[in-house]
Design a protein around this ligand. Structure first.
Ligand code: MG
Ligand code: ZN
Length: 215
């Protein structure tokens, strides 16, 4: 019985996702769903990204959170339009939540839309939001084993960003092992290392974003 309910929910989600996908295609908006566990640094990465790229692209951000407007306020402070979706305890965004937020944007005036998903390495990967691109952030303090423990999440990633590499001297994190694990789970995924604190590696993330506009 539970399985049937779950499939229905995903069926409705997929309808809403294709609705969103049409809107993104018509307005030529490049959309990136950003996923990670809580505290991996999604919002900080996006703050830095908006600051660095807002002279190249018109950027919008949808912030998904269990509660509070805090992350949207941080993004607005660096000059992008940001809409907060408070999920009231639901641990992922679904396509209908995103559909409801879209009228808040004039997508013809937006080139690049980030959707910061709720911090969670499990169910966000199961809900298509209508985005074309999915990025997963992993951070040094979380340890190596996340990739093999949460393979479903890492399997949907087009790009894995290893964040907080400024902490490498202080923590045991085996980057080569992480790369091997990712290769085993999702050989197509790209992998970059950044510190959104020291800005190391951030240029390769920005180049990856730029490449999406050349495809
Ligand atoms: Mg956040
Ligand atoms: Zn969930």
């Amino acid at each position: 019985m539970k399985i049937i309910l779950d499939q229905d929910a995903l069926f409705d989600n997929n309808k809403a996702a294709s609705f969103n996908r049409d809107i993104f295609a018509k307005s030529k908006t490049v959309v990136i769903n950003v996923m990670s566990s809580p505290g991996a640094g999604k919002t900080t990465l996006l703050e830095k990204t908006v600051s660095a790229l807002s002279n190249e692209f018109r950027i919008g951000v949808i912030e998904g959170d269990l509660a509070t407007e805090r992350d949207a306020e941080r993004i607005r402070a660096v000059g992008a339009k940001a809409i907060q979706i408070e999920t009231n305890g639901i641990c992922h965004l679904d396509a209908r939540m995103v559909s409801k937020a879209l009228p808040e944007f004039d997508l013809d005036e937006i080139d690049l839309l980030f959707i910061e998903n709720v911090g969670n390495l499990v169910c966000p990967s199961k809900f298509d939001l209508g985005q074309e691109h999915q990025v997963v952030i992993l951070s040094i303090p979380e340890g190596n084993d996340k990739i093999v423990k949460y393979p479903v999440m890492f399997r949907v990633a087009e790009l894995v960003i290893l964040n907080k590499i400024d902490l490498l001297p202080y923590l045991d994190f085996d980057i080569e092992q992480a790369k091997k694990d990712l290769q085993g789970v999702n050989p197509k995924s790209e992998f970059i290392q950044v510190s959104s604190k020291s800005d190391e590696g951030m240029e390769s993330w920005f180049d990856w974003i730029r490449s999406l506009f050349e495809r």
